[in-house]
Structures are given as structure tokens and as C-alpha cells.
Design a protein around this ligand. Sequence first.
Ligand SMILES: C=CC1=C(C)c2cc3[nH]c(cc4nc(cc5[nH]c(cc1n2)c(C)c5CCC(=O)O)C(CCC(=O)O)=C4C)c(C)c3C=C
Ligand SMILES: [Fe+2]
Ligand SMILES: [Fe+2]
Length: 368
Amino acid sequence: MSRYLTEPAHTHGNVAKTGILLINLGTPDAPTKQALKPYLKEFLSDPRVVEIPRAIWWLILNGVILTTRPKKSAAKYAAIWTSEGSPLRFHTEKQAKLLKGWLGERIKSPFVVDYAMRYGNPSVASAMTRLSEQGCDRILALPMYPQYAASSTATAFDAVYQILETKRNQPALRTVRHYHDDPGYIAALAANVHEYWMRNGRPEMLVMSFHGVPRYTLDKGDPYHCECQKTARLLAETLGLSKTQYQLTFQSRFGRAEWIKPYTAATLEELGRAKTKRVDVVCPGFVADCLETLEEIAMEGKQTFLAAGGGEFHYIPALNERPDWIAALGELTLTNLNGWVSPQWNAAQVVQHGEDCRARAIAAGASV
Ligand SMILES: C=CC1=C(C)c2cc3[nH]c(cc4nc(cc5[nH]c(cc1n2)c(C)c5CCC(=O)O)C(CCC(=O)O)=C4C)c(C)c3C=C
Ligand SMILES: [Fe+2]
Ligand SMILES: [Fe+2]
């Protein structure tokens, strides 16, 4: 049997169609131990996420982590689950719909916007199939991670490449590697914080908390650390903050290895012990609220800060469906679609292949 899929019969005269695929990390189907186990297994079996030798990791993952973590993680997910399901999933779905609307007002060339989760559902494979079935012969893969990390961005691309490896009739592919310093993204982040402060007043300290990664990834050349630093600096500059008014920290440490520092939890504890009157936390690396922001920061982080003696704690929500963020995402998409889409209907895109069709029919044995 061929390792390459049989494709629908090639037809002539098709208009090029662009598929824009938003990819986020993933989420379980339900906040239960049963749903967490396969989700965590898929996630933590990815060698981009845990780089220790496979045989050793297989024993730790199956012998320890998957016997204890699903229950603990399910309880955390249950605390943030909504009637619409997982916040990460529904925000990503809404972002995709809004992006479609934004682009629809600006381009006339055929396009489709869809979204996928790197782990769990809707999978990258299912989204690629949907795009293919709709005739997309050009794909833009856009991870919902402004800062590039091998454990988030590269593995999202790997999932797309794995699908393409099976295809006989491959679409053209473009990838958006990062947008950590994109002016529209930074402006939306700053406006989000600024509006929050207009409504609620200012804190003594703004903590900008990014998802962490193992320290060895920085030593091995992953640019993630630098990209977080740059986002934080640009956000602080746009807000007019001095270096004493904000701190950059890294959250969500997993496992025993050292991760990039300073850790968010340790910083919140120190700020609490120092009797800081008010701390606001914003998570610029998460463009949608999720477990890591709503539970780890807004609940656990708050508890850590208050228990250590801190005053007031505020979590500033992620960009989610903010119109300025959707516009920034739209501009970013248009830039990366350069030459693929047009604001006008372009008659030249409709190519008549009469002669080619005739040649194909002759090759197939017809007497034309
Ligand atoms: C923002 C980008 C992300 C990077 C980089 C990243 C690296 C990374 N994550 C883990 C382990 C876990 N992360 C978990 C949840 C989670 N991680 C991100 C984003 C990044 N992770 C998001 C958006 C989420 C939330 C998902 C949701 O459903 O809301 C989890 C699962 C939850 C739990 O059981 O705690 C784990 C585990 C590692 C090891 C890693 C880098 C090596
Ligand atoms: Fe993570
Ligand atoms: Fe750096």
C-alpha cells in the first residue's frame, strides 16, 4: 500500500484558495481524570516538550505522571471550566470567527479560517483535512504564540508537516514563526493594561508573567527567553513604565529540572513578604485565557501573594476577543499572505485549462 494518500481527481480551472489555520496548544475534552489522561499522554509524549531519553521518560510518564497528574489537573480544569467548555478552546474558536470576519471585509480572494489544537481536539490532522476538502491549495499556519519556542511553535509546525508528508497533492505552506514585537500586538497589550488601570487604578508593581521553559532550551539556542524579554520591554515602554515598576517572570514550571527564572510564584511570594500594597499580573504570552492564567495566576498566584502578606492582587485578562487584537492578528495575517490574496477579485486567478484538460483526457485513453 502506498504511504501517500489517494487524492480527489485533479480538476482544472480551480481558483487558488487559502486556508488560514490558527493553532493553539490544546486542552482536554472535559475536566475529568478520564479525559485528562489521554490528553496529557499525547502532550507529554511529544519529544519537543520533554527532551529526556525516550525509554527513561516512558517509564516516568506511564509509571508516575499519568497515575497521579490527571486527577490533580482535572480538579484545576474543573475550577475554570465554563458552560462553553474550556476557555482556551472557546476563545480560540471565537478568535478564528472574528478573524474570518475581519479578513472578509478586506480581501476578495477565496479563503477559509479554521483552528486546531496541537494536542486534543480539534486536532491539526482534522483541521488539515477540512481545509483540504474545501479546496485549500495554500495554507498559512499561524500559532497563537507570539514568542517562538520549540516546545510550542516548532511542535505546532511539526504537526502540520506530518500531515503534508502523507499528501500526494501538497498545498503550498507558509508559517508565522513569531510576532513578539509586532506593533499591533504590543499596542493591543498596552491598551488592555491601560484600560484596566483606567477602570481599577494602578498597582505598585506590574508582573508580566510568561509561560516558562526548561533552562537547557535557552542554553541550546531556543530564542524564547529573548523574545519574552523584548515583548516585556516594548510593553513597558509603551505603558511608560520605569524598570522599578514592572518585573518579568516565568510560570508553570513542570518537573524537577531548572526552568528559566525568575519564577512567577517565587516572585509573588517575595512581593507579598515585602508587603507590596497591590500587584497586577498580566500574561502577554497567552493571547487567550486558559488554565495557566485563570487557575495558576488568578487563583493560585493570588493565594500565594496574599498568604505571604501582600495587599491587593489583580489579574488582567488576556487579549481574547479584543477588537484591537483581532485587527493586529488580521494585519499580521495579511502581511504573511502577501501575493496570495487580493482586495479585488482578480480575473486572472481563474485560469481556464481547456488544453490541459484535453491532454489529460488523452493520457487517460480517451479519443478526443
Ligand atoms: C505559551 C506557550 C507555551 C509553552 C512554551 C509551553 C511549554 C511547556 N508546557 C509544559 C507543560 C504543560 N503545559 C500545560 C498547559 C498549557 N501550556 C500552555 C502554553 C505553553 N506551554 C497553555 C496555553 C496551557 C493551557 C492549556 C489549557 O487547556 O488551558 C500543561 C497541562 C496542564 C497541567 O496538567 O498542568 C502541562 C503539563 C511543558 C513541559 C513545556 C515546555 C517544555
Ligand atoms: Fe505549557
Ligand atoms: Fe535572552
